[in-house]
Design a protein. Sequence first.
Length: 214
Amino acid sequence: MEGKKNIITRYSTKFLFIIFAVGIVGHINPGTRDIMLLLTPFTLFITMSVVFYSLFCESNRKLILWFLITYLFTFITEVIGVKTGIVFGNYLYGSTLGIKVLSVPLIIGLNWVFVILGAITFSQKVTSDKNLIALITALIAVAFDMVLEPVAIKLDYWNWQNGKIPLQNYLAWFAISFIVSWFFNRMNLHIKTDLPKIYLIVQTIFFVSLLIFI
């Protein structure tokens, strides 16, 4: 069984790097960028499904429960944020991320889950202290968002009022990531697969590359 998991991880890792490498090239090239933007929600769903499958193979019901609760929590928080501006500041989602419910793309809650999961797997390598894991996770998530934000605006993922990213946004990212990762650790959950961490790495490479070249 362990050998099967290693094979899944190895081939899934190759798949993720290939997909995001193609995405980098496609976004940098003006002639193919529109196609890449059109494919964005499908690409995100497929790559996230690959990571989710590795988690599902662990047969951990508490992990799946945390996954569902985190998705709903972050999605509802985004809805409140878009409608009121209270959480992150004043912003609106563009059309790039696909189908929306209550003005929020359905895919956005999944991205929250996998960014936080990836950050948790890094943090658990550093320390076993649950509160410190939550703190490090939140800091990693904020650092990721700082890279993500300027690219997201260029690609019409979302847009901020007056074109300015408020400090409030990063404080909200920190608080949400801290809370969600704190509950993860209080549930005594552990991730055996490295795929969430790898997914966060390839996403970071993707957005850093676009930040530099577009």
